[in-house]
Ligand binder design. Structure first.
Ligand code: CLF
Ligand code: SF4
Length: 297
């Protein structure tokens, strides 16, 4: 047993983790008015197929649909970071949120973080992933000193997962239907429990899809609380052109907020997510990524 009970920010948390989290604009609602984050788009590949995703664009698990980010190598990501940090002194978080999956591109993700961390140990590093590869890379994530990880988990039921995921590529093999969804679900749970047990603050993102997983969300929240998650972020489905779910309705915001209210009883809810780009830069309310587009690396 790696962990029991959910994590709260209290005096039992190591001081530096509390201090870091108070500077993290996604994990702390107060911090999002004060601190900026920068995403490094170093992770173009993905290892699963979400039916709300069109892979011409950024990972919808963390981003608004229809947004495309320029891919950077770890070296060019470091160069861009140096320039951005100079211009945005309140930059506190460096995150990797695609445009594919951070762990499906682990070598690049790790190298980008290692490069920046060496000269900037005060930076908070953050990852967003679908969770498939967490049982494999969890120990390296911990070793790298990453304390904030987001896992997108939409269901605990393989039959529902089979409706959401077209396929899962795992250990050189392609799985579909209930088989693929079961592997993903197991790995997400193993990964969340492992990371939480190692003191990582895990945020779980869930896309609320009417008629597909919406009735199951309270159970997802209860389960990830048991596994040790710190908070959940229930996000609206924004139907993406060219995706299998293109014709589903967008999540009604009133229904979304009602769901957050129900789930808040069990676990802290994020309500200020901006579904940002995989190359987002700046405060959550003020994306400055365009200022840096002209830079050539
Ligand atoms: Fe980026 Fe995500 Fe880290 Fe934040 S975003 S990797 S946890 S630093 Fe934040 Fe943006 Fe919402 Fe993500 S507002 S999409 S929750
Ligand atoms: Fe698309 Fe992200 Fe799902 Fe991969 S994990 S298929 S990039 S939404």
């Amino acid at each position: 047993m790696l962990c029991s009970g959910n994590q709260k920010l209290n005096s039992d948390q190591p001081t530096n983790l509390m201090e870091q989290t108070h500077r993290h604009p996604c994990y702390s609602v107060e911090a999002h008015h004060k601190y900026a984050r920068m995403h490094l788009p170093v992770a173009p590949q993905c290892n699963i197929g979400c039916n709300y995703c069109n892979r011409k664009y950024d990972c919808v698990n963390e981003s608004r649909p229809g947004v495309t980010s320029q891919i950077l190598t770890p070296t060019s990501a470091e160069q861009k970071f140096i320039i951005v940090k100079e211009k945005i002194p309140n930059l506190s978080v460096v995150g990797i949120a695609g445009p594919g999956d951070a762990l499906a591109n682990w070598d690049k993700t790790r190298e980008a973080i290692e490069r920046i961390k060496q000269a900037n140990p005060e930076m908070i590093f953050c990852l967003s992933t679908n969770g498939l590869m967490l049982p494999h890379y969890g120990p390296e994530i911990v070793e790298l000193g990453i304390k904030h990880v987001t896992v997108t988990m939409n269901t605990l039921t393989p039959a529902t997962g089979a409706k959401i995921y077209s396929h899962v590529y795992y250990q050189g093999k392609k799985y579909t239907g209930i088989e693929g969804a079961s592997i993903l679900k197991e790995n997400q749970q193993t990964g969340i429990q492992y990371l939480a047990g190692q003191g990582v603050l895990v945020k779980v993102n869930t896309v609320m899809i009417k008629g597909i997983n919406d009735q199951e969300i309270p159970d997802v929240v209860k389960r990830v609380k048991q596994l040790g998650a710190f908070m959940t972020n229930i996000m609206p489905l924004i139907p993406t052109a060219g995706s299998a779910f293109a014709n589903l309705p967008a999540t009604d915001i009133k229904e979304l907020n009602q769901m957050r209210d129900i789930c808040q009883i069990d676990l802290k809810q994020m309500r200020h997510c901006k579904q940002c780009r995989a190359d987002a830069i700046g405060m959550l309310n003020e994306d400055r990524s365009q200022e840096f587009y002209a830079l050539q690396f």
